[in-house]
Write a protein that binds this ligand. Structure first.
Ligand code: HEM
Length: 156
């Protein structure tokens, strides 16, 4: 029989695969492809089109990952882990989630117009900065994933 904690864990992982997998695809495939284009206008158009579609989808997967994670924390009463250094991956998960929530729901809508202007004025350096930011976030996500899978399965 499937209980609510198993269901929450499954939804947590499903949402993570969509969200972090998408970040990996944008970082490792779309951005290098865009930066290899000879026309910077084409490059920005490619990046913007992919990012816009992905942004709509992660507005579902990011909150779902967080809701399922918080539900597991509440149901298994794991709050004390946030203060225990052996469970560093718990605050790492929460911190990473908060950063993405802020980016997707606050910064992106707020700074969208300014970003478009900057991309028109300096497309090459905007793409370079985007590539750096995505690489940093993907590295943090990979580290968190490694720590969380190992930690959730008994590795200290
Ligand atoms: C609000 C944010 C989040 C909360 C409260 C949260 C909470 C949790 C909890 C309670 C567990 C179960 C731990 C256990 O069974 O011992 C878990 C598992 C896990 N979480 Fe999160 N999480 C959050 C976000 C994230 C993020 C952003 C990532 C990835 C970057 C992540 C990756 C994982 C992974 C890989 C597992 C292990 C799944 C398994 O193998 O069973 N979580 N999370």
């Amino acid at each position: 029989m499937i209980d609510d904690i198993i269901l929450a864990r499954s939804l947590h992982v499903l949402a993570l695969v969509h969200w972090i997998g998408g970040v990996a695809f944008v970082t490792l495939v779309v951005l290098p492809l865009a930066r290899s284009r000879s026309s910077t206008t084409d490059a920005m158009a490619l990046f913007n089109n992919v990012e816009r579609r992905f942004a709509v989808q992660v507005r579902v997967s990011i909150p779902l990952a967080g809701a399922a994670g918080l539900w597991m924390t509440y149901r298994m009463d794991l709050w004390e882990r946030f203060a225990d250094p052996r469970f560093w991956w718990m605050p790492a998960m929460l911190g990473l989630w908060l950063v993405f929530m802020l980016m997707v729901f606050v910064l992106e809508p707020l700074l969208h117009a300014r970003f478009e202007q900057l991309a028109l004025r300096e497309p090459a350096s905007t793409l370079r900065r985007m590539a750096r930011l995505h690489s940093l976030l993907l590295s943090l996500a990979a580290l968190t994933l490694l720590g969380a899978v190992a930690g959730a399965h008994g590795f200290y």
